[in-house]
Write a protein that binds this ligand. Structure first.
Ligand SMILES: [Zn+2]
Length: 60
């Protein structure tokens, strides 16, 4: 999968890899410690977009 940070930074890899990568990126670039749940809240997944787009902030 591929995800994009709110700042435009992109990482690709498995789900666990990108979660760790985003946590590391947030720590070094944003000075923020993120939990995996917070990572999923801030990233934008660029892989396998749903058939019908246009649902900003969707998710549970
Ligand atoms: Zn960022």
């Amino acid at each position: 999968m591929e995800v994009t940070c709110r700042c435009g930074w992109i990482i690709r890899g498995s789900r666990s890899e990108v979660i760790r990568g985003v946590q590391s990126h947030a720590r070094s670039e944003h000075g923020t410690e993120l939990t995996p749940g917070e990572v999923r809240a801030v990233w934008r997944v660029a892989d396998q977009a749903p058939a019908s787009g246009g649902r900003p902030g969707a998710g549970k």
